[in-house]
Ligand binder design. Structure first.
Ligand code: IPD
Ligand code: CA
Ligand code: CA
Length: 269
């Protein structure tokens, strides 16, 4: 599939920039409290956009750093849309932890068609194609098989908020521990968290606020690996800011019961 090949090429180009800055070090700036950005994010996005544009001039591109157009003015139901996080896991990157990724999702009329997630520090590739499966370094990926929270490891993400959303997340973690889960993991890169659900390492993952570029590619990876992904109310994910719950499918209702009752704000979804 041509779009998948272009996504890989674009991820390779962005990833090479990230790997270079990771080795040599880069100055981090704050977007808002505890939310970082650097030349690495911006240059990676530029390189990704250049590759996509060189193949598909007319496609719409939604990138976190906004170099292809402001998110608010873009048509997320466009015939052909690319959704890019040029550096997912910026906080890990800033602290020299080699757990970060480039994430690129390709959508047609609001539906995911293919996605690539690439961790250049570890050389790990993840990709998924609608109807054709999910793959880790070209090996098929499948979600875990267990149905009980008592057999699960659960991933979680904290949005940058240190108020109600953080409290709600901590309450859900406590409630999950009371269901005797094996443990909680906060690895710090949402796209890779979703890949870990798809690979069967995490039984489930939730976060109360993510942006479309955080989950655009990973959501297809989870679904194609046999899992389920919704918002934390159990509804279909929009291509917009949303809460996210991903699971192997069998665990979905049990985890949903906990994360939905603790949602901090009814409007959040
Ligand atoms: C962040 C990471 C993190 C998640 C945050 C995201 P960024 O993305 O995916 O795991 O908890 O909510 O914003 O800022 O590193 O691209
Ligand atoms: Ca991100
Ligand atoms: Ca980012």
């Amino acid at each position: 599939m041509r779009e998948l090949e272009v996504a890989r090429q674009a991820a390779q180009a962005g990833g090479a920039i990230l790997a270079g800055y990771f080795r040599q070090g880069v100055e981090m700036r704050t977007k808002q409290e505890c939310d970082f950005v650097s030349d690495a994010d911006v240059e990676s996005e530029r390189a990704i956009i250049d590759v996509i544009r060189s193949h598909f001039r007319g496609h719409v591109i939604l990138g976190e750093e906004g170099q292809a157009g402001a998110a608010e003015t873009l048509d997320t139901n466009a015939e052909s849309l690319w959704v890019i996080d040029p550096l997912d896991g910026t906080t890990n990157f800033a602290h020299n932890i080699p757990h970060f990724a480039v994430s690129i999702g390709f959508y047609q009329r609001g539906q995911p068609v293919c996605g690539v997630i690439y961790n250049p520090a570890r050389g790990d590739w993840f990709h998924a194609v609608r109807g054709a499966g999910a793959f880790t370094n070209d090996t098929p990926a499948t979600v875990a098989d267990h149905a009980s929270p008592g057999d699960s490891l659960v991933g979680v993400g904290f949005y940058y908020d240190r108020g109600a959303m953080m409290d709600a997340t901590l309450t859900s973690i406590r409630d999950l521990f009371q269901q005797k889960i094996h443990g909680i993991r906060r690895c710090g890169t949402a796209s890779l968290d979703l890949c870990q659900v798809g690979c069967g390492q995490l039984g489930a993952f939730f976060e109360y606020e993510l942006s479309p570029w955080d989950f655009a590619a990973g959501r297809l990876f989870v679904e194609e690996a046999g899992g389920k992904i919704t918002n934390c109310c159990g509804d279909e994910l929009p291509l917009a800011k949303s809460s996210v719950l991903a699971s192997n499918g069998k665990l979905h209702d049990a985890v949903l019961e906990i994360v939905s009752k603790n949602i901090p704000d009814q409007d959040m979804g």
